[in-house]
Design a protein around this ligand. Structure first.
Ligand SMILES: *Cc1c(COP(=O)(O)O)cnc(C)c1O
Length: 376
């Protein structure tokens, strides 16, 4: 084991990839031999395996999580004049995809303890133009999917779940990405199931939407070279599917390690008994939290981040600017102060190392360094 003052990366992919390196090489050889590099049987087999894992009827391998969101919106015919409700505290893609289609992102503030959209405040933002509601299951925990599903059904508004950070997560009743019209997932390397490059997934339980999304994934062609719909190239590579098939069977044990790490942080930070404004640990509402990130809140966040980095400890601010205050969305005319919980989260959140192979010795060193600074 390394001495405790060695640098600690926010995320180190090397040990996980090393643990399956032989299988990854075999997967590469298999695809090389097959000569089929885009979609094909490797992707179809992965789609069946991951659909079973999530518990959905259909899953489609997509070029990225961003493209999965774009494709879901396209399959629901979201376009100019339409509105899509979402939280302002998320990765850019959630809002970017809606704007790219000429539709308007409409924001609903987050709950301060879970960082997820405040479902109780969505209904007041539903208008005749609302084409979809897009919650984001941030950091590995779903929003209140039970309440959201009831609302969507009652108001007749489809739900597109941005589950990019939450493959394998569960609310009380639902697997992340399985409760609405579509679930969108990402295999960006820093996600809990990471490809060796870009990749994503679109899931649905609706046969008609599945058929349409599958067509749109490859330029809306059926048969080849005859286009009834305008789609795009949103296809997953066979190589990435083969690599993901190697990793998927390990996902639950990697998640268990992340949960163990989170529990140890929770315990060490509770023992430090610092005032809540200095150190707030993340709230686990659902057992099914998969901890893509472990996020603390602190009124001294910037000072803490600087201190950790100076000590060689990786940390990151996800996210420093809410969507409604991004320069590219200035045309929406939103003002600072409009979504106070999202804005406050941007000032206070900090991600600490949580990856499965972190190990308790390094974790204790991170926790100790955090507590030391905040005690000063
Ligand atoms: C990662 C992520 C995306 C985009 O996924 P990519 O595969 O990087 O395109 C979208 N939304 C959220 C919340 C994400 O974390």
């Amino acid at each position: 084991m390394s001495p405790t003052n060695d640098p600690v990366a926010l995320l180190d992919l090397a040990p996980q990839n090393a643990s399956v390196a032989a299988e990854l090489r075999a997967a590469f050889d298999r695809v090389l031999q097959s000569g089929a590099f885009i979609l094909g049987s490797e992707v179809e087999t992965f789609e069946a395996e991951v659909a079973r894992y999530i518990g959905v009827k259909h899953a489609f391998g997509i070029s990225s999580g961003t493209d999965a969101i774009l494709l879901a919106l396209m399959a629901l015919d979201v376009g100019p004049g339409d509105e899509v409700i979402m939280p302002p505290f998320t990765f850019f893609a959630t809002g970017g995809c809606v704007a790219r289609l000429g539709a308007k992102p409409v924001f609903v503030d987050i709950e301060p303890r879970t960082f997820n959209i405040d479902v109780s405040r969505i209904e007041e933002k539903i208008s005749a133009r609302t084409k979809a509601i897009m919650p984001v299951h941030l950091y590995g925990q779903t929003c209140d999917l039970e309440a959201l599903r009831e609302l969507g059904a009652r108001r007749g508004v489809p739900i597109i779940e941005d589950a990019a950070q939450s493959l394998g997560a569960r609310s009380k009743q639902f697997a992340a990405g399985s409760a609405g019209a579509f679930g969108c997932y990402s295999f960006f390397p820093s996600k809990n199931l990471g490809a060796l490059g870009d990749g994503g997934l679109l899931s649905t339980n609706d046969d008609a939407l599945a058929k349409k999304a599958k067509l749109l994934r490859a330029h809306g062609a059926e048969p080849k070279y005859y286009h009834a719909l305008i789609g795009g190239n949103f296809r997953l590579d066979a190589l990435q599917a083969a690599f993901l098939r190697v990793k998927l069977p390990h996902l639950d044990s990697w998640t268990a390690a992340r949960r163990g790490n989170a529990a140890l942080y929770d315990q060490l930070f509770a023992e430090a008994s610092l005032p809540l404004e200095l150190l707030r640990t993340p709230q686990r509402v659902y057992e099914g939290h998969v901890y893509n990130q472990y996020i603390i809140r602190s009124s001294r966040r910037d000072e803490l981040a600087k201190h950790l980095r100076a000590q060689g400890i990786g940390c990151e601010v996800y996210y420093p600017v809410p969507l409604h205050l991004q320069q590219c969305f200035a045309y929406l005319g939103e003002k600072a102060g409009a979504y106070p919980q999202a804005e406050s989260a941007c000032q206070q959140v900090l991600a600490l190392p949580i990856y499965a192979e972190l190990g308790h010795e390094r974790l204790r060193h991170v926790a100790q360094t955090v507590v030391e600074l905040l005690r000063r």
